[in-house]
Design a protein around this ligand. Structure first.
Ligand code: MN
Length: 495
């Protein structure tokens, strides 16, 4: 186990510089350089062509849609779009990379410098400086059979080339200096914002758990206010926001302990271990170019005209930051409540509920209350609950028309969450509407008064304190479905 310094001590002694490389898998119908289709979960090796298998003599042709997606990402990240960009061969050997090189962009990427503004959960702002974004192809996938599924201890490996040639855009930041110990939060939020942007642009399925978005994070420490750049490590292939934040935190604590003991940081890749929440050493990584990049002779330079970029510009959808600003103004919640909604990933759900006819406050009440609690207890996300925004609008309709009360709504909601059907169908099936039939209510009130003659006497003498006991009995008799107001009136009438 590594020596670890306490996080607060580490950030009081050192400044943290971070860099992030994010790979996003595009959702184009076909691959980046050939017409092989891309479908998640397809039969292994069923989606290949001579190009994606790297057969000799096969020639790549750039998928126009990929270029368009890369430009959209560039525009969303305030980046310059280069008029001419080139593909290059990045040479390395992997069993799942048949050509022994990956087609990527090196010195001349399609997307140049830009930045992304973040509003952090702690209320501060941070601008992440972006260096570039380039187009490249994904490699195939090795499935290690036997043991734990990792290559160590496996009996053999099977290779699936369906992923070979799936289009990727890699977004690379500049080194960014973060003070006050915010780096882990900034990195995680940066990747989250990117994920939301990819979704809004509809250029990727952007599902972290499927590896559509993967982050490599660089972290280095330097003596506080020294202005120097320390030696960095790169933790590879993180695909959840939590693991991104935890991995950055761990590397800061580990590196601080190394520096504190007078040793130096080894420039290397690190692997993240979800079970132990720690990293371990990978391979040594030098600054020198290991990859022997050279221009890809089989693809012409990519030329993007101003007209082409302008056309994409006008077709850009509303971006997450714009959407947040619009909804914050429209809904009128205070800053804190609105930030809580955003951080709970409830924004889109509440927006859907509002579109379905609910008031923003109703959406907030359910999603930030009962539903958030339920999601947390069941370790799932709000968006995967069986309750839909339509249900929320329907609940409001039923409550405001007096058909149900809050208690009934919560009872039904539990059943919906447990998968017993939509709110409307459970309401009908279980016959849970408020009892407004005055005959039923009157009988229940009379029964309760008859059973409690002492209370009846008190009520008659003007002592209204025990009224609640009678209402409680009526509620019990009607399984909580009595209209409390109507019950009160009936009792008063009996006095
Ligand atoms: Mn890459």
């Amino acid at each position: 186990m590594d020596e670890i310094m306490d996080y607060n001590e580490a950030i009081s002694k050192y400044d943290v510089t971070f860099g992030v490389e994010v790979h996003v898998e595009l959702n184009t119908k076909t691959k980046v350089f050939c017409p092989a289709e891309v479908t998640f979960g397809a039969e292994p090796n069923s989606q290949t062509t001579p190009v994606s298998l790297g057969l000799p003599g096969s020639l790549p042709v750039l998928n126009e849609k990929v270029l368009e997606s890369a430009i959209k990402i560039g525009l969303a990240l305030n980046c310059s779009i280069n008029e001419v960009s080139y593909f290059a061969r990045k040479n390395y050997f992997y069993p799942d990379l048949t050509k022994n090189y990956q087609i990527s962009q090196a010195a001349y990427p399609t997307v140049g410098e830009g930045h992304l503004d973040l509003n952090l959960e702690n209320g501060k702002e941070f601008t992440v400086k972006i260096e570039r974004a380039h187009i490249e192809e994904d490699a195939g996938k090795s499935n290690h059979i036997g043991g734990t599924g990792r290559i160590q201890g496996a009996s053999y490996s099977l290779i699936d080339y369906n992923r070979a040639g799936v289009p990727l855009v890699e977004i690379v930041t500049h080194p960014n200096l973060a003070t006050d110990g915010d780096a882990p939060q900034i990195i995680a939020q940066y990747v989250k914002e990117l994920r939301d942007i990819f979704k809004a642009l509809d250029i990727s399925d952007a599902r972290m758990e499927r590896g559509n978005v993967r982050a490599d994070i660089n972290v280095s420490l330097s003596e506080k206010d020294s202005g120097e750049l320390g030696t960095r490590t790169e933790t590879k292939n993180l695909n959840s926001f939590r693991s991104i934040e935890k991995a950055a935190e761990y590397e800061i604590c580990r590196q601080a302990a190394v520096l504190e003991s007078g040793k130096t940081i080894t420039q290397e890749t690190r692997h993240w271990h979800e079970d132990t929440l720690s990293t371990s050493a990978g391979r040594i990584k030098s600054d020198a170019d290991d990859y022997r990049y050279f221009p890809e002779p089989d693809l012409p330079p990519v030329v993007t005209t101003k007209e082409q970029v302008d056309k994409i510009k006008v077709s850009m959808p509303e971006l997450p930051a714009e959407k947040r600003a619009r909804l914050e103004a429209a809904w009128g919640f205070d800053n804190k409540s609105f930030a809580d909604i955003v951080n709970a990933s409830a924004l889109d759900l509440i927006e859907e509920a509002v579109k379905a006819g609910a008031k923003p406050e109703t959406g907030r009440k359910w999603y930030m209350g009962e539903l958030s609690r339920w999601a947390k207890e069941n370790q799932t996300e709000l968006s995967s609950l069986k309750v839909t925004p339509n249900d929320i609008a329907f609940i409001e309709k039923c409550e405001s028309s007096g058909k149900i009360n809050d208690k009934i709504a919560r009872t039904i909601l539990q059943k919906v969450l447990n998968g017993e059907g939509s709110f409307e169908s459970v309401l009908q099936k279980e016959n849970l509407e408020i009892v407004q039939d005055s005959g039923v209510l009157e009988k229940a009130v009379d029964d309760a008064l008859e059973q409690n003659p002492d209370i009846l006497e008190k009520l008659k003498s003007g002592n209204m304190a025990p009224m609640g006991v009678i209402i409680g009995q009526v509620m019990k008799a009607t399984s909580g479905q009595a209209d409390a107001k109507a019950v009160t009136e009936i009792i008063r009438g009996r006095l």
